[in-house]
Design a protein around this ligand. Structure first.
Ligand code: ADP
Ligand code: MG
Length: 482
């Protein structure tokens, strides 16, 4: 047993999602990513004297949507609080957040890892505004400040310390991203910073009931890096404890190039935020009636689709998961099954030829131009035995993308690809071909069954490659065994 097996990692994640609202959390400045630096900044965002914040109603709606989707309790009376700290990219000198009254408490996110259903309970989800951005890498001497992001709406999703590994953290974050994308409340784009996760990590002896001291790791710009940071940190903490050292409560940063974490600041000189109720905002009241209204228009969520796909359409769990991975793919599949009842075939086309086509061209699914009806036509052509799978995916599929106004059958005919599934006609070809090989037939009958392929090949040649291979195989075999 290695020393690492003597310990149990404990991980809790704090994920910030940036909401897809048009305007900011407490002002009507545009909340869009990018834009000329400091062009989305009014006096409200800057907190100038005499200005007053106003809560963005759409942000409340998004928070309630997420709360419903993860089965949280949604709070009736929501207060806002000021979190005070000084930083150059925080123009007001405080951030308006929620302290004692997060909009959502409890709930959970469940996901599958290696076929096993796992669940992470949530502590809370609260609303807050983002800070601006300090840019250290544009000017060689100065740090530049862009306040466009200051005041954009965020939800912070805080998990219970229940995650056990970097891999589980990765799967959890992937599920969170999937959910917020299905809900349409966040684009989940980590590169643009619209989804950010900080990890809290500690280790304790296996079986212990008392958690170890935790370390918080920040500044990771991809799920993989969160996973790597967690794995590094678990090992670092165990090594330190095994050497007789002590973990100090601190905030660390992840260095992706060197694959390690380093200390940013210790908890001893941590900020004291001096939270107090935001005097400029009234509490927001959320009624059951309002919650019900949102429930009624909530989009179909991945868990529900998974159930439909596996139970109604009889897809394997693997196929179902592949399709619900992204909302766009799932919506495409939902459209496709309106035109074909070969559900498995539909799934195969999406996971196989369509995905390969897009991957080879580095395209997103949204850039796929062929309609689900066309894919259904191809499936129909295969199922009726008119073309083989490989002809369909290698020739008809790309030809249809080039010429989507044609039908799949028209293309197959035009390119002379319709295979011969007429058994009378095939039987004629079989008899002609076999008549040339009386000795080989005798060998076959004496047990040299490997010759079957040769016979099939001969008939295929006579058919100019257009015999339905499955049917041909079967007919040749029957003829030989007569
Ligand atoms: P803080 O007061 O330092 O912000 P919180 O109690 O608010 O800490 O928890 C922040 C996050 O850290 C949560 O996701 C929580 O699950 C996680 N967490 C709390 N204690 C531990 C621990 N001992 N080990 C790992 N994660 C922890
Ligand atoms: Mg906290």
């Amino acid at each position: 047993m290695s020393v690492y097996d003597k310990y149990e990692p404990v991980i809790g994640l704090e994920c910030h999602i940036q909401l897809l609202t048009k305007t900011k959390m407490y002002s009507n400045d545009i909340a869009e990513y990018g834009g000329l630096p400091n062009s989305h900044v009014s006096v409200v965002t800057l907190g100038h004297p005499g200005t007053l914040p106003v809560v963005n109603e759409r942000a409340i709606e998004f928070a309630v949507k997420l709360g419903i989707a993860v089965n949280s309790d949604i709070r009736e009376e929501n207060q806002f609080a000021r979190k005070n700290y000084f930083y150059a990219d925080l123009p007001k000198g405080y951030q308006i957040t929620q302290d004692k009254t997060p909009i959502c408490t409890g709930g959970y996110v469940s996901y599958k890892l290696d076929g096993v259903e796992k669940k992470v309970n949530l502590t809370r989800i609260h609303m807050e505004e983002d800070a601006g951005k300090s840019l250290h890498d544009i000017d060689p001497f100065e740090t530049l400040i862009d306040l466009n992001r200051a005041g954009t709406p965020l939800l912070e999703i805080v998990s219970e310390p229940e995650i056990k590994s970097g891999e589980e953290a990765y799967a959890y974050m992937t599920e969170v991203r999937k959910l917020v994308r299905y809900l349409g409340i966040c684009d989940g784009n980590m590169e643009e910073g619209s989804l950010r996760c900080d990890a809290n990590i500690s280790v304790m002896k296996k079986g212990s009931k008392t958690f170890g001291k935790k370390v918080e790791v920040k500044n990771m710009n991809s799920f993989r890096n969160v996973q790597r940071a967690i794995d590094f940190e678990i090992k670092r903490q165990i090594d330190l404890l095994e050497e007789g050292g002590e973990i100090s409560g601190e905030t660390r940063s992840f260095d992706a190039v060197n694959d390690l974490t380093f200390s940013l600041r210790s908890k001893e000189n941590a900020n004291d935020y001096r939270y107090f109720p935001e005097p400029d905002l009234q509490p927001v009241y959320i009624t059951q009636e309002y919650i019900n209204k949102i429930k009624a228009v909530l989009p179909t969520l991945p868990a529900e689709l998974f159930k439909t796909y596996t139970e109604k359409y009889k897809l394997s769990e693997y196929d179902a998961l592949q399709i619900i991975e992204s909302k766009e793919v799932a919506m495409y599949f939902n459209e496709l099954v309106k035109h074909t009842s070969n559900y498995k075939g539909g799934a195969n086309w999406i996971i196989g030829p369509i995905r390969s086509y897009l991957n080879e061209r580095a395209l997103n699914f949204s850039e796929f131009t062929l309609s689900p009806e066309k894919i259904a036509e191809i499936i129909q052509l295969i199922d009726s035995g008119k073309v083989s799978n490989s002809v369909a995916s290698q020739t008809i599929f790309p030809a249809l993308i080039e010429n989507p106004s044609a039908t799949a059958e028209e293309i197959a005919k035009q390119k002379d690809l319709i295979q011969n599934s007429d058994s009378n006609e095939l039987q004629g070809l079989i008899d002609t071909a076999l008549s040339k090989f009386p000795e080989k037939i005798a060998e076959y009958k004496n047990g040299k069954v490997g010759l079957l392929g040769m016979f099939v090949g001969e008939v295929m040649k006579l058919s100019k490659g257009k015999a339905d291979p499955k049917l041909l195989n079967q007919l040749v075999k029957e003829t030989l065994e007569k």
